[in-house]
Structure formats: structure tokens, C-alpha cells
Design a protein around this ligand. Structure first.
Ligand code: FPP
Length: 249
């Protein structure tokens, strides 16, 4: 990768060629297969996955990425066993509490998308406490998608617009892409530049469908628990080497 130029106002390193994606999203896949290969329970794969989250965030901060959005729990993940759902919930609360100090020190802010209230009052309170504590940070925004589904998000945006039309405050002919985008939960984030999925699966699985319209897509065979700084930087390098044309040619 090219060396960093002077850091920006938030202390982020900047590449001279401006080739760093501002917003990277990751479908963290392969925890179960990683554990199975080692004869371990699935929860061991998720625990190792949480370590990969830590390494990835550090690499993102180091490389000057502004936003990392992680697909931690999809609205389809409720179909997993009760035990696995409870393990994932436990791990999430544990990870955030254990990492809170170092996330704050690294300047990481937390934002949640999806309906996390479905995880119950206990985890919801812990998540909210973490968001409050990390509120002043401005170096990297970590967006965690919890009980998230992209079609539901788009349907809710349509509902909100329909309410405004019903109230008479919005003319249907005024509804355009920017008004739809403004009703999505990602409305305060920069455009998604790069979407990575690990473990060799080549699907979006109902993740950021609207937001990924012009994103570069990368699929790597690496299982999520094996993902780290080297893989993250390789993805950024590949991103920098692709010429983005936004459909212009
Ligand atoms: C997919 O692997 C992974 C998940 C559904 C959960 C991801 C959660 C973590 C990494 C835990 C920590 C998260 C944060 C944000 C701290 P899989 O179980 O579908 O793997 P498989 O396809 O090999 O079975």
C-alpha cells in the first residue's frame, strides 16, 4: 500500500492518492466451518470471529477507513439453535464490554442498525451504554448490524414515505432516490465503497442491498476467524487498483 500523507482532522492517516475506501462493510462468514475443521463447538468459531473483529478494526483505523459495517446477526439468524443464538448474544455483550476501553482509546464510535430491541432489555441496555460511552469518538464508526435485513429496512423506508404522503406533507412525485436513502438507517453514513464477504460464499444475503448499488464487491475464501490486518489491507489494495466508473462507461 502507498504510504500515508498528513493525517486529517480526526487523526486518520490519508493516502496521497485518495484510494482508501471511506466505508467498508463485511459479511463475516465461516465461523462454524472454522470451528468444525478443528473439532470445536460452533461457539469457539464465533469467539475466534470476535478476535478477527478486533484485528480488523485496528487495521481499519490504521488505514484511515471512516466506517466499518459488520453483519453480526441477520434477521434470518433466529433460525439457528436457541443455544447458538444465546451464545452469539452473550458474546456480543461480552466483546463490547471487554473492548470498550480500547475502542474508546482508538477513537471508535458505535452505531447499530437493525432492530436490536429483539435481543431483550438486558443486551439492549448494554449496547446503549456502549454507544453512549463511545459517542465522543470520531476516528472510526463501527456499525454493527443486529437483527438486520435489508429488504425490511427498505420496506420500512417506503412505509415512512407513505405516511408522509398520507399526511399530505409529501407529494408522491417528489419521491426520488435521495428521499428513499434519507429514510434508511444508514442515512448518516458515507456511501458504501467496498463490501467484503469471507468464506467463499458469493451472495449478499439480504445485507445492504440498496447501499451496495455501486460498491466494489470482494469475495475471499478466507474463513472469518482467519481474517486480519493482512487480508484487510489486501482488500484495500485491490479496491485501489479497481477503476470505479459508476456506470459511466
Ligand atoms: C457467520 O458464520 C457468523 C455469524 C453469523 C456471526 C458473526 C458474529 C461474530 C463474529 C461475533 C462477534 C461480533 C461482533 C461484532 C463483536 P457462520 O456461523 O455462518 O459460519 P458457517 O457458515 O461456517 O457455519
Amino acid at each position: 500500500m502507498s504510504p500515508a500523507a498528513a493525517p486529517d482532522k480526526a487523526g486518520r492517516p490519508a493516502r496521497e492518492d485518495g484510494s482508501v475506501p471511506r466505508h467498508v462493510a463485511i459479511i463475516m462468514d465461516g465461523n462454524g466451518r472454522w470451528a468444525k475443521k478443528r473439532g470445536l463447538p460452533r461457539v469457539a468459531g464465533h469467539r475466534a470471529g470476535a478476535e478477527a473483529v478486533r484485528r480488523t478494526l485496528r487495521a481499519a483505523v490504521k488505514n484511515g477507513v471512516e466506517v466499518v459495517t459488520l453483519y453480526a446477526f441477520s434477521s434470518e439468524n433466529w433460525r439457528r439453535s436457541e443455544e447458538e443464538v444465546s451464545d452469539l448474544k452473550g458474546l456480543l455483550g461480552y466483546y463490547l464490554e471487554r473492548e470498550l476501553e480500547s475502542l474508546a482509546k482508538e477513537g471508535v464510535r458505535l452505531k447499530l442498525i437493525g432492530d436490536y430491541s429483539a435481543f431483550g432489555p438486558d443486551l439492549s441496555k448494554r449496547l446503549e451504554k456502549a454507544m453512549t460511552k463511545l459517542q465522543p469518538s470520531n476516528r472510526l464508526t463501527l456499525v454493527v448490524a443486529l437483527n438486520y435485513g435489508s429488504r425490511a429496512e427498505i420496506a420500512q423506508a417506503a412505509q415512512k414515505l407513505a405516511v408522509k404522503v398520507g399526511e399530505g406533507s409529501l407529494d408522491p412525485s417528489a419521491i426520488d432516490e435521495s428521499l428513499v436513502a434519507a429514510e434508511l438507517q444508514t442515512n448518516d453514513l458515507p456511501e458504501l465503497d467496498l463490501l467484503i464477504r469471507t468464506s467463499g460464499e458469493v451472495r449478499l444475503s439480504n445485507f445492504l442491498l440498496w447501499q451496495a448499488a455501486y460498491a466494489e464487491l470482494m469475495f475471499t475464501p478466507t474463513l472469518w476467524p482467519d481474517f486480519g490486518e493482512a487480508e484487510f489491507e489486501a482488500a484495500i489494495d485491490q479496491y485501489a487498483s479497481r477503476e470505479r466508473r459508476f456506470g459511466g462507461r
